[in-house]
Structure formats: structure tokens, C-alpha cells
Design a protein around this ligand. Structure first.
Ligand SMILES: Cc1cc2nc3c(=O)[nH]c(=O)nc-3n(C[C@H](O)[C@H](O)[C@H](O)COP(=O)(O)OP(=O)(O)OC[C@H]3O[C@@H](n4cnc5c(N)ncnc54)[C@H](O)[C@@H]3O)c2cc1C
Length: 152
């Protein structure tokens, strides 16, 4: 993000900049022509934080099908999309409507905290107490706000 900012400053050109998790966004907002694309699809880690509380940490470059398969081993599930090949980053920051929505709500209903990199290049850990406005904002419009790298 800092690199993109430097390129813009040094060239004086408003170089297009996008970030993408899996590229499944139908609006094509995660790609651009002749600009910079920050692809985070290698950040795929999924880990159990507290099995009794059902707390799970998921990196935004993971694929929902892989997340579901991993969680199934622990008899856990996260309400996400009904298609396994969408990515965590785009789906979980734009709502997340799937087969479990009627019983368990949207994906964003279950996000307790996130790690997000804002346009100034700062890495921020946000939750309901720390930077609550930013926490609220990433749950339904993050591409305007910053790059989400990790969700709890
Ligand atoms: C075949 C198909 C089936 C689908 N089924 C469902 C479904 O059942 N339920 C549902 O809710 N949605 C569904 N969708 C929509 C899908 O959830 C969205 O298109 C989602 O944005 C895809 O996420 P992605 O990370 O793969 O997309 P990307 O194209 O990588 O990103 C999409 C948008 O999110 C932004 N973004 C991506 N990663 C991040 C990040 N880490 N931090 C901040 N912003 C980010 C991008 O900049 C872009 O604006 C489906 C889409 C397809 C193509």
C-alpha cells in the first residue's frame, strides 16, 4: 500500500490500485488495467482460537470451501456463501449470504475483530472497543476503507 502511494507521488499519475482476495467479485472492482493489484490469495491460514467458544481466526485470502472443510473436522461451521469457491476477503466484508443465513445470519454478524491496513499503510486491530467506527465500516464496504487481512 505504501509502495502504491509512493508510485503515485513519484509519477504524479493517479495509478489505479486494487486489492483482491480471490477475484470472484462480479463488479471487477478487485482488478484494473495498467495499475497495481495487491493479491492476498496466499494468506490462507485458518486456526481455531477457542474451540469451546467457537472462536476461529481466518485470513482473508482463504477460500470458503477450504475453511468449511477445515472447520468440519472440529464440528464447527461459519455462515458464509452457498458456493465454496468464493474467497473470505470479498464475501465476508460485503455481507455473506448463504445456506445457513436463515438460522445463523450473515457472515458479518459473526465477525468479532479484524486486522485491517488503512490507506496510510498502518496495520490496525479493530473490534467493538478499538476503533469501533472502522470495525463497523469493514462489515459491509471494506474496499472503500482498507485491506482486511485477518478476521476473528
Ligand atoms: C459463482 C459465485 C457465487 C457466489 N455466491 C455467493 C453466495 O452464495 N453468497 C454471497 O454472499 N456472495 C456470493 N457471491 C458473491 C461474492 O461473495 C462476492 O463477489 C465476493 O466479493 C467475492 O469475494 P472475493 O474475495 O473472491 O472477490 P474479489 O474479486 O477478490 O473482491 C471483491 C471486492 O472485495 C474487495 N476485497 C477483496 N478482498 C478484500 C479484503 N481482504 N479486504 C477488503 N476488501 C477486499 C475487492 O477490492 C473488491 O472490491 C458469489 C460470487 C460468484 C462469482
Amino acid at each position: 500500500i505504501k509502495y502504491a502511494s509512493r508510485v503515485r507521488k513519484e509519477t504524479g499519475i493517479d495509478v489505479p490500485f486494487s486489492f483482491r482476495s480471490g477475484g470472484h467479485g462480479i463488479s471487477m472492482a478487485s482488478v484494473n488495467n495498467d495499475g497495481i493489484i495487491l493479491d492476498i490469495s496466499k494468506l490462507k491460514k485458518v486456526e481455531i482460537v477457542d474451540i469451546n467458544k467457537g472462536l476461529v481466526k481466518v485470513q482473508a485470502g482463504a477460500v470458503w470451501g477450504d475453511v468449511a472443510e477445515f472447520l468440519n473436522r472440529f464440528h464447527l461451521v461459519i455462515s458464509s456463501g452457498d458456493f465454496g469457491d468464493t474467497w473470505v476477503g470479498g464475501l465476508s466484508t460485503s455481507g455473506g449470504i448463504g445456506l445457513l443465513v436463515r438460522s445463523f445470519g450473515l457472515t458479518i454478524d459473526h465477525i468479532l475483530a479484524a486486522k485491517v491496513i488503512t490507506a496510510d499503510g498502518e496495520i490496525r486491530s479493530v473490534d467493538k472497543d478499538n476503533e469501533p467506527d472502522l470495525f463497523w465500516a469493514i462489515r459491509g464496504g471494506s474496499s472503500q476503507i482498507g485491506l482486511v487481512t485477518e478476521l476473528l
